[in-house]
Design a protein around this ligand. Sequence first.
Ligand code: NAD
Length: 296
Amino acid sequence: MSKIGFIGLGNMGLPMARNLVAAGHQVSAFDRVETACAEAKAAGINICPNNGEVARDAEFIITMLPNGPIVLSVFEEILPAATKGAIIIDCSTVDVSSSKKAHDMATSAGLGCLDAPVSGGVGGATAGTLTFMVGGKKQTYDKALPILDIMGGKVVHCGDGGAGQSAKICNNMLLGISMIGAGEAFALAEKLGLDQKALFDVISTSSGFCWSVNTYCPVPGVGPQSPADNDYKPGFAGTLMLKDLKLSQQAAEETGAATPMGRKATQFYQQFVDDGFGNTDFSGAINTLKSMKRDT
Ligand code: NAD
């Protein structure tokens, strides 16, 4: 049994913390939202008065927060209180620069640090089947692996500090692009009078196969169950896709990488969110495409 501190009990953090309790660990936590703390308390999680108290005595401190600036401010609160040798695991999705800064801060304070963003959404967090993409020292990773294994179905060590965030934004940039591609293919098929199910049967067994078609088809009634079959309720909301695409463009800007399709996908999902679909699943992009004119 380990003493685990958990900060950020939102859509993802609370179910992750619950799984740690269910596995027999002693979990102390804080969230600035009182209702989140109350839900966690009901699940057997000890609630602390602030982030610093969460860190005190913890062997592992897990953060699951909205963005880089918040992660860095929380690190400032927890580093002075944490025990030397403790390991901070930041599971938030943040920009690579903030993640590297967080690693530097933790290392200077004598703590281990991993960036460990996830894929799999709220469903994966609840089921304990998240994919973790981890950056940080191998020996720190080895110590944290049994904890990550409780919350995840797959854990990949991607490299040094920041490598987990790098992997996450590359994956999600590809996902954003491929979902638009899938939407375009089915929208064109409709104009051609081609049956959507027939196109699915072809693509899913041909060279166009991809997760966006085979597992998460944006057309209702076609392929395995997906948000399209549930009126495009998320799933993975448009705002979250836009967030990750923006992080990819920030990283591309900082490194000078050419990502023309990533840039287009970012512009597309910005419009999707501006049009009021931010809380719709990102696969709803197909409906935007169907409503667009040829020259847009
Ligand atoms: P969320 O907004 O539901 O939860 C974030 C929590 O952090 C909130 O409860 C908030 O009150 C808390 N918080 C913010 N500032 C704080 C502070 N200073 N101290 C303590 N608590 C604070 O977000 P989420 O959906 O749980 O996502 C968390 C992270 O996981 C994000 O970085 C997101 O990009 C990433 N992510 C989300 C999903 C998803 O499907 N929701 C999937 C993969 C990755």
